[in-house]
Write a protein that binds this ligand. Structure first.
Ligand code: F0G
Length: 455
């Protein structure tokens, strides 16, 4: 059989409220053209993020009932710890309430002002946490990653020559190297096993620890199975274990590949760093056996981490994301290729060729998509990463993307057919998409709260 079906059936449904175009035009104008400021109930298909938006399984919900809410030493913590250790393999497992809490704690514990943290491409909260520690976040993706049409199978890879050059010059300023797999800001592209293995060798030569941002490690493992010679007959779990074996530690937002609505973790080998992090954890997150989570969350995450490595799930997940990409591609819609694991990325600049960078083509496209069809997407481009230079001019990122992030186990194929049809229609009318300009732009993480007006 060629058809890949959802490896689950639906037991509980959540109604979607239908809206009209006029209503949506009013709502987005009231939100000052920022989709983050919309009420979720005014959205038909919410592709803003795949983070915390997944559907939990019957097993996870049963785990919720099993949650041990003891303040210290809860059974659920030990279940969580065992589940994380069985895949990640590091010595210490520290729960946190979400990914950026892991980032903040690691940065507060080990990053000094003036330090440099190299990565393939840091996610926006990672970059913000590094910069908040007065350190520099340096992205070293391979050159192929900058070309949206390049079909390199592992566009998430890090440029190891550049890493070596950087470490040669300033390894004393580098507390750790961080590889994000899959590379979210670079288009959900995977990192190869070979790249991780070699990165570890380079880091070892300079005595610098290698960390993994593991938010989507299982999707990355499945891409390795599909694309990297020698891994076809290995299970996703075996591949993931090998990935982590090249690292000294990992940060994970468990709202992605652990099917959590909330949760995160820091996993690492260093006793000294673990101690520092746990001291900070108690200060702001909670005791070391819950780290800002309820026992029921820990239980659900422990189970989610097992479920995400099931091969039937990963086959469906990667194929259903590619399904959206393939159909949009057939309609001529400009996309980032190859298709990522958790999302399809529209190329804002090529979609809205009539809009100059100053008019924020990707963001304008996300607004038009909401007005046209009630679909909420997330710009990862000019608004998120644009920089105002001291002379008042703008520096724009290499790519101005609009991400259609697909929540895990939530939408059906007909929802995705609707998305494809809507974007195809909008592409036919693309000349009519109006540009935008900032009314308000905060300096840190501007996309969450910026406000805009039509040009
Ligand atoms: N690292 C990566 C690669 C991420 O994609 C995210 C979050 C984080 C860290 C931070 O985790 O949200 O739990 O604090 N990404 C979400 C997204 C928000 O929409 O891509 P968090």
């Amino acid at each position: 059989m060629k058809t890949i079906i959802e490896p689950f059936r639906i037991k509980v449904v959540e109604p979607i409220r239908m809206t009209t175009r006029e209503e949506r035009q009013r709502k987005i104008a009231e939100a000052e053209y920022n989709p983050f400021r919309l009420k979720a109930e005014d959205v038909l298909i919410d592709l803003l993020t795949d983070s915390g938006t997944g559907a939990m399984s019957t097993h996870q919900w049963a785990g919720v009932m099993e949650g041990d809410e003891s303040y210290a030493g809860a059974r659920s913590f030990f279940r969580f710890e065992a589940s994380v250790k069985s895949v990640f393999g590091h010595k210490h497992v520290i729960p946190t309430h979400q990914g950026r809490a892991s980032e903040r704690l690691l940065c507060a514990a080990v990053v000094k002002p003036g330090d440099v943290i190299p990565g393939n491409t840091h996610f926006d909260t990672t970059r913000a946490n590094i910069e908040a520690s007065h350190a520099e976040a340096v992205d070293l993706p391979i050159p192929e990653a900058r070309d949206p049409e390049n079909l390199h199978p592992f566009k998430g890879n890090m440029d190891l020559q550049k890493l070596e050059d950087l470490l040669n010059k300033e390894h004393h300023r580098v507390p750790f190297v961080l590889i994000t797999a899959t590379n979210n800001s670079g288009g959900g592209q995977p990192v190869s096993m070979a790249n991780l293995r070699e990165a570890k060798k380079v880091c070892d030569a300079f005595g610098v620890p290698l960390f993994l941002d593991a938010a989507r490690f299982a999707e990355n493992a499945y891409f390795i199975k599909l694309r990297e010679p020698g891994y076809q007959d290995k299970t996703p779990r075996e591949i993931a274990q090998e990935m982590f074996s090249y690292t000294d530690g990992a940060l994970m937002s468990m709202k992605k590949d652990a099917f959590g609505n909330i949760g995160g973790v820091i996993s690492l080998n260093s006793d000294a760093w673990a101690e520092k992090i746990r001291t900070l954890l108690i200060l702001t997150e909670g005791f070391v056996t819950y780290g800002g989570l309820a026992g029921r969350d820990l239980e659900a995450l422990a189970i989610g981490l097992e479920e995400v490595l099931e091969e039937d799930y990963l086959r469906y997940r990667i194929a259903s994301t590619a399904y959206v990409g393939q159909h949009l591609d057939e309609l001529g819609v400009p996309l980032l290729k190859p298709f990522g694991g958790h999302a399809i990325y529209l190329d804002g600049r090529r979609f809205c060729e009539h809009l100059p960078d100053e008019q924020l083509p990707g963001w304008a496209l996300s607004v038009a998509l909401y007005e046209h069809a009630g679909i909420r997407a997330c710009e990862i481009g000019n608004v998120m990463f644009g920089k105002k230079l001291p002379d008042g001019s703008w520096q724009w990122p290499a790519l101005d993307l609009v991400r259609l992030a697909i929540p895990r186990r939530v939408y059906t194929q007909s929802h995705m057919d609707y998305v494809v049809e809507a974007i195809g229609e909008l592409y036919q009318q693309r000349q009519s998409i109006p540009g935008l300009e900032f009314v308000y732009r905060p300096d840190v993480l501007p996309h969450f709260s910026a406000r805009f007006r039509l040009r």
